[in-house]
Structures are given as C-alpha cells and as structure tokens.
Design a protein around this ligand. Structure first.
Ligand code: TC6
Length: 692
C-alpha cells in the first residue's frame, strides 16, 4: 500500500500521508517520506512541498510496535534532517493529532499550519522514553525551553490554539490545504526560511534560567523515573551543545531508555489497554445501540460521580433518588464537586453550568422511563438491587440497557429479576467515578453482544478505559484485591506491622499501602462484607469491633489526631496484633520489604491465573489494564501479570508453595495454569486470547 500520495497544485507538491489507523511512522512510511523529499528536491517543476495527512491523525508518532525490534533504516532523525535540509520549503498541514515523532516531523518542516481540531504533543514521557528525533532540540529552539520542557515533561498534548499562542503553529480556521499551499508559495518566493535547528534567538539566558528552575522542581518530584532525568539532560543540551551533538546526545538517551524494563512495561500497557477494547466475539459487525438519554439510580457519591461522567460527555442524564431530601443533597454534592474544579481553575463557570444543565434531578424510578441506559448505583445488597431491577423492568422502554454498578454481586442474579436479562450488564465504575479511568464491563453469559458493544462504545465516549470481564464474585479487580487484603492480614499475624507493610507497598510504587487505604476508605466497608459472607479477619475485625473505622473515626490501623490525613503508628494497635499472633500460637518474625511485596502480590497473580483459566478475563493484558487504571498499580511495572512475567513464573510458583506449606492455606497453592506455564518455562505473555 502507498503510505504517501503525491498531488500537485501549481508549483506546490502535496504529499498526503495515508497509513491507517493513525499514520504511525512505520519503516515503510519513513522510506516513502525520504523518497518523496528526494523526488521533490530534484523536480524542477516543484518549488515547495506541503506534508498533509489523511484520516483523523496527522501522525501519531513512531510506530510503537517497532520499538524493541532491530531498527530499520531510514531512522526517523535521518528522515527529519533530510526534510529540514530540503532546498525547497516544506510546510506541515496538521489536521489532527501530531504526537511524538509526528510533531517532530512538523518541527523539521519550515512552517507549520494547524486546523483548530489539531492537537500537538510530545507524549514520549508516558512511554518511559524521551523524544528521539530532535524534539528536545528543535522545540526549545522554536518556542524556548521554558515553554517546551513542560510539554515534554507532562506529555499532555496542547490545542492548536495554545500551540499558536506559543509560536509553535499558525492557526488556520479555513481550508487547511489551501492555506498551506499559499504558505508554501510565499516561502518559495522568499527562498527557504531559516531551519529550526539553526534558530538560537529563543535560547536566551532568561530562558535557560526559567528552564533550570522547572528542571529543579521536576527533579524533586520525579523520584527515580530515569526518563525525567534524561529529558532534563537532553533539553539542557539545546543550550550547551551545537545542534548535531545535541541530537546525538538525545538519541543516545532515547536508545538507552528504550531498553529499560520500565519503558517496556509502559509500552506493553499501551497496547494492552487498546487490545482490551477488542473483545473476542464482538466484532465491528455488532452495532452498538444509540444512547441519547441516560439515568442513574442513587445520588450518593458514586451515583453522582457517574452522572457527572455522562454530563461531561454531553449526554443528558436523570439523577434519581427515593426522596426529595436525598436528591437535593446528591444534586448539591455534584454542583460542589464541579465547584472545586471551577475554584482550581480547571473548569469555567460556563462549562459547569452547561454540565449541571444536563443533569436533571428526580424522585422515583419512573423518571428513568425515557432513558436509553440506566445505571443503578444503589446500596450494595442483592435484595435492594433485585427490587430496583424488577421495577426498572416495568418502566424502561424496550431495548433500553439496564446496568448495575455493583462491585462484587452476581450480575446474572440481578438480571434474573427482570424479564429481559439480555439487556442487563454490569458497569463497574471506580471511586471517584468522575476521575478514575477504569470501567469494568461485567458480562453474564445471557447478556446480548450488542449490549456489550454499546457498553464498550459508551466507556470510550465517557473517556474511560473499558475492560470486559466475566461474571464472578468481585469480577477481576476486587477478586484479586481480596487476595491482597487477606495476604496483608496474614502478614500482620506472621510478624509484620502495618507501617512496614504499607512502606513496602509504597516502595513498590503504589501511592498508598493497604492499611492506609483501608483507613481512608473506612474499615467498616470490608467488615460489613465479611459479615455478609461469614468470613473473618482477626485483626481487621478486632479494630472494627473497637470502633476503629479509620480516618473518619480518627483511628484505624493508625491514629489520626485532629483530622490528620497521614496516620501515626499506634502502640495499642501493635500490641493488639501481637496479642492475636500469640493467641494463634504464631512466633512472630520480621520481613524484608521484598518478602512483604512477594507475599502480597503472589496470591494476586495466582488469582489472576485462576481468572484467566475460568475465562473471566480474556487475556493477561485485560487484568493488567484493570489494575493499572482502577487500582493505581504503578504504571512502569505494567500490571500484576506483566510483573509476574518479569519475576519469573517458576519463582512465583515456588514462593506460593512455600507460603501454602507455612500457613496451611490450600488456596495459596499455585493455580494449574500458573504451574503449567512455569513448568513450560513460559510467561503469561505467551498466552493467546480466549475466544468468547
Ligand atoms: C515516538 O513517536 C517516538 C519517536 C522517536 C523515534 C526515534 N504506534 O488509541 P486508539 C494504534 S513515541 C503504533 O484506539 P484513538 C493503536 O494500537 C510515540 N500503533 O485510537 C490502535 O490499534 P488497534 C508517541 C499505534 O483515536 C489504533 O492505533 N506517540 C500508535 O482513541 C487506534 O488507537 C504516542 O504516544 C503508534 N504510535 O487515539 C501516541 N498509536 O486498533 C500514542 C496508536 O489495533 N497514540 N496506535 O488496537 C495515542 O495517543 C492514540 O492512539 C491516538 C488515537 C491519540 C493517536
């Protein structure tokens, strides 16, 4: 397939990149660009070149799937040097996203025009790398390092409007190609303008001072992420090195980072997240149902957050409660939450008012009757849910989707309360629903394919990361979390203290350890669940019996004097734990951080193996996507299943066997799939997706 199409308008050639789905800079496209530029340079009938693109992306960057494979010539920096050195002016016409190598292509051109919908960014930092084709050298030369560095450090794309304000692009509101051709003609008449690599006027002493201040701040915040440090070094090179040397230094850092396990994990996560949206058995032929109006049952924190998700995506939503008092309270809470964003400056008052106008408060389930989808976010009790679904069945129109936000209950049992189980699905949002990215789509066997397709499309529309999972207790995320919670309790009884466990977990990369998290969420939640299931956790139960529910009661695993948000060690709790160990006849011993991490994570991985065996998740990557987006698993560790592969499944099997023998807990015995893969010397990455 031709990745670049050439056409001509007068003396201006137009090279249209067409490399679906997102015009990534594959080896074929790089070669085609070289060929195009060389042909234009040699063609006496052509005075200038416009580089444009077909489809929704200008260029989404390097082809990430090529990373980690042997490099294929021509390499991108060479392609860009060739574009920049072209004796005839080259103009970029950016109609969509120009990311990473895509923006670097534009930076090497002699002018950049962008449509209002264009987005410009250097997101490499999110893949554990830095720009590797001149971005760290050309962008500071073009707009100054103090403005360029934050773009590369956050990796967040900016709008064309902002890009124009920064001097990165010229904004075109009319016909982009026409404007680009006119620009190319204008430049051709003037001769080739100064090449970006030759610009130095933006790299002033004041700019360097401002950049160094930002770099200092970033150093303090970036922990040991090697790419943030490398980025600083590369950008500094724009001031200290001639362009070719700065380019070479950037390239060397880029190549080193590409081989780092952390970058591999981030790239793995990128593809896993996208693969999760390709659900076995749900192909492009399965059409989603139209969703013009939504309803949410329950205006608590969760229901309110879900209603905000709909409003944020421009979908009108009715927020329903049982009494006027409750709906007034819930509706006010939503307004307050938007209000925080307005106060922080991340939302305008007009945007808040627009979103609030999309949320209609109502009392009684009948108000859901006009909705194409209803999401129930009521009390987590089967009786309550079944009663609501029975009533919804009566009021909802035919073909409407009935979703439950249950976090662990059996969705099929809820569906059975209706005469239309094929229209029932689980939509498990994570708290706070308007912030957290993950959406577990729970699919009991009876759910229709187009309902799953609709849920997937809705998830993407709401800006979520949707993952389709099977119907079992706790689905994927909470089922695995339950293993970690049990393991954490076991560790306390075996000899560790809460702060040691939490420190090991934060040292691993989580923002919070399990006990600090329990204190934040409220220990009573787990206590209620354990009581309903008839299970026990000696330490956790004893704390709850003593009224220690965590931050809200001022004490839990830790002490929180006068509303403190960071807990302090409590000798009373530590004495209680030691007493429980003694009662159980356990001789306490100390654990290293590595041992703690292994004892917490290995049982989760084991549960993950069970989840795969049962077909609750189609692929290991789906499990990892759940943990990365719903549970703050450190992104650079790629998720529990990827992490297990890096440890080695044989190591995990041996550790689980040892734990099972020590504790006498048969559930810690390695799952058959884990044993089989370990015996074959394989990892989870060797598994193929299961068919539906
Ligand atoms: C870089 O450029 C370094 C340069 C230096 C070199 C020396 N490569 O996200 P979507 C696929 S680093 C390969 O669902 P959207 C994606 O896997 C790179 N494939 O669509 C999916 O395939 P599937 C810097 C890519 O509209 C399909 O395209 N660039 C790439 O929601 C659709 O993707 C980035 O980090 C790629 N670069 O969002 C940008 N990009 O259908 C990464 C996408 O088989 N990409 N695919 O599953 C994105 O941020 C988004 O994909 C998007 C489109 C905003 C471009």
């Amino acid at each position: 397939m031709e990745t670049v199409r050439l056409s001509q308008r007068g003396a201006v050639a137009i090279a249209t990149i067409d490399n679906p789905p997102v015009n990534a800079l594959s080896a074929a496209l790089r070669a085609a660009l070289v060929e195009t530029v060389q042909a234009i340079a040699a063609d006496p009938k052509v005075e200038a070149l416009v580089i444009a693109a077909a489809g929704r992306a200008f260029i989404a960057g390097a082809d990430i799937s090529e990373f980690g494979k042997p490099p294929v010539e021509p390499l991108l920096p060479e392609v860009l040097n060739l574009i920049e050195a072209c004796p005839k002016p080259v103009v970029a016409a950016i109609q969509g996203v120009a990311l990473g190598g895509g923006l670097e292509v534009a930076l090497a051109c002699h002018a950049r025009l962008a449509a209002p919908a264009a987005k410009l960014g250097l997101p490499e930092i999110k893949l554990g790398i830095i720009p590797g084709a001149g971005g760290t050298q050309r962008l500071p030369r073009l707009i100054g390092a103090a403005k360029a560095f934050p773009m590369m450090l956050t990796g967040e794309p900016i709008s064309a409007e902002k890009g124009a304000a920064l001097g990165l692009v010229e904004l075109v509101s009319g016909d982009l190609i026409e404007a680009a051709v006119a620009k190319a003609q204008e430049l051709a008449a003037q001769g080739v303008p100064a090449r970006t690599s030759e610009w130095t006027d933006k790299l002033t002493d004041a700019d360097r001072e401002a950049f160094e201040a930002l770099a200092k701040d970033a150093t303090a915040k970036s922990g040991d992420m090697p790419n943030a440090m490398a980025l600083i070094e590369a950008v500094r090179g724009a001031f200290t090195l001639p362009f070719p040397e700065g380019l070479a230094a950037e390239r060397a850092l880029f190549v080193r980072l590409l081989a780092d396990e952390r970058s591999k994990a981030l790239r793995y996560a990128f593809f896993a997240e996208r693969e999760a949206t390709h659900v076995p058995g749900i192909d492009a032929g399965v059409k989603p149902r139209p969703l013009a109006q939504a309803a949410v049952i329950g205006a608590g924190t969760m229901g309110g957050g879900i209603a905000m998700c709909f409003a944020n995506a421009g979908i009108p939503v009715t927020l329903i409660e049982t009494t006027q008092e409750l709906i007034d309270k819930g509706h006010a809470r939503v307004r307050d939450t938007y209000g925080f964003s307005v106060k922080r400056g991340s939302m305008s008052e007009a945007a808040r008012d627009e979103r609030m106008a999309l949320i209609t408060p109502a009392v009684g389930l009948a108000a859901a009757g006009n909705a194409d989808i209803v999401v129930e976010a009521a009390f987590e009790e089967m009786g309550v849910k079944r009663q609501i679904f029975g009533e919804l069945d009566k009021v909802m129109k035919p073909g409407a989707i009935l979703a439950t936000n249950t976090s662990y209950l059996d969705v099929a049992t809820i569906a059975a309360a209706t005469a239309r189980p094929q229209d029932v699905v689980g939509l498990h949002f994570f708290s706070p629903a308007n912030v957290m990215k993950l959406l577990e789509i729970v699919r009991p066997t009876g759910t229709a394919g187009d309902v799953v397709a609709t849920a997937l499309a809705l998830g993407r529309k709401l800006g979520k990361v949707p993952v389709v999972v099977g119907n079992c207790f706790g689905f994927v995320g909470n089922r695995m979390l339950a293993q970690r919670t049990r393991a954490a309790e076991r560790l306390l009884i075996a000899g560790a203290l809460p702060h040691e466990v939490d420190a090991a977990v934060t040292g691993f990369g989580f923002k919070m350890g399990p006990f600090a998290m329990s204190d934040l969420a409220g220990g009573d939640i787990g206590w209620r669940t354990r009581k309903s299931l008839g299970t026990k956790a000696a330490v956790a139960d004893a704390l709850c019996e003593a009224g220690r529910f965590g931050q809200k009661t001022g004490k839990g695993y830790y002490l929180y004097p006068e509303g403190a948000r960071t807990g302090q060690r409590d000798p009373e709790v530590e004495a209680l734990i030691e007493r429980i160990s003694a009662e159980k006849g356990v001789t306490r011993r100390s654990f290293t951080s590595d041992e703690i991490v292994a004892r917490l994570m290995d049982p989760m991985v084991n549960e993950g193996a069970g989840i795969l065996e049962e077909g609750i998740a189609a692929r290991p990557g789906d499990i990892d996507t759940v943990w990365l987006n719903g549970y703050n698993w450190p992104a650079w560790r790629g998720g529990p299943m990827h992490w297990a592969d890096t440890v080695g499944l044989d190591v995990i099997v041996k550790r689980l066997e040892a734990q099972a023998a020590e504790s006498g807990d048969a559930t810690l015995q390695p799952a058959p799939l884990l044993r089989r893969l370990a015996a074959e010397g394989k990892g989870f990455a060797d598994l193929k997706a299961r068919a539906a």
